[in-house]
Design a protein around this ligand. Structure first.
Ligand code: SAM
Ligand code: CA
Length: 248
């Protein structure tokens, strides 16, 4: 992952902006994708991924290797009710919808509905749009409203958090009470482009948006490591994914 801000990769971006994966070897990452992920990716997800690739902010989309893993986890858990914070064009949301049973339900929150509208035709094509209850707006007040309803205490089997990193701690305080005991919360990007181990900014040129949230991610990771309400597993897949299993 060495590189200077002058270097550019295949897409004309500095390598740090092209790489969604924390693996040190781009070749190894490609090997996993080409051998095990792309051949198994549902056609409709592939189509959404290809559409998303045409958007300028496509680096935000969850990678197909990570969603292959989470799809299996959702099925192993027999998940039926999930919550997603941070939808963008809906790659992780569609993979989730495809993994839930026909009567599964997902509450999906994003501050911006326009990107979700781009992905919506793929949900309809896959016959899973009825599972998604999309709520537009900043996630915190929406979560506060959900928490007012007794029904949502310990209701969700799975929660995927992939929105503004500075608010992860605030999201955790809420969703840890909304996931059922034994349910899983997944926090995405918890290795934050590797910046969590950067000793100094000069060591590797991180863009401003990375440095802006680095301290919040460091604080959040330390908090989770000591939170007795959850068992955790910090995975080095994609840009880092921390799974929390609610204990009580
Ligand atoms: N999970 C998505 C996927 O697989 O494509 C990617 C989500 S993207 C990394 C982050 C999303 O969070 C953006 O769509 C952004 O609009 C949304 N977002 C940022 N701040 C938010 C907030 N305060 N409340 C709700 N959504 C927010
Ligand atoms: Ca992410």
């Amino acid at each position: 992952m060495a590189g200077s801000s002058e270097e550019v990769g295949d897409k004309g971006l500095p390598p740090i902006l092209e790489q969604r994966c924390i693996l040190q070897s781009e070749a190894l990452s490609q090997y996993i994708l080409e051998t095990s992920v792309y051949p198994r990716e549902p056609e409709v997800l592939k189509e959404l991924r290809q559409l998303t690739a045409t958007d300028l902010r496509n680096v935000m989309a969850t990678g197909p290797d990570e969603m292959q893993f989470l799809s299996m986890l959702l099925k192993l858990m027999n998940a039926k009710k999930t919550l997603e914070i941070g939808v963008y064009t809906g790659y992780s949301l569609l993979a989730t919808a495809l993994s839930l049973p026909h009567d599964g339900k997902i509450i999906a929150i994003d501050i911006n509905r326009n990107n979700f509208e781009l992905g919506l035709p793929f949900f309809k094509k896959a016959g899973v749009a009825h599972k998604v209850d999309f709520r537009e707006g900043p996630a915190l007040p929406i979560l506060n409203d959900l928490m007012e309803e007794e029904k949502y205490k310990g209701w969700f089997d799975f929660v995927f958090v992939d929105a503004d990193k500075n608010n992860y701690m605030n999201y955790h305080k809420r969703v840890v009470e909304m996931v059922r005991v034994g349910g899983i919360i997944g926090y995405d990007n918890t290795l934050w482009n590797g910046s969590v181990v950067a000793q100094a900014m000069g060591e590797r040129p991180f863009p401003y948006y990375i440095m802006e949230c680095r301290d919040a991610i460091l604080e959040f990771n330390a908090y989770l490591a000591a939170d007795p309400r959850v068992e955790i597993c910090h995975l080095s897949i994609a840009d880092g994914l921390t799974l929390c299993r609610r204990l009580n």
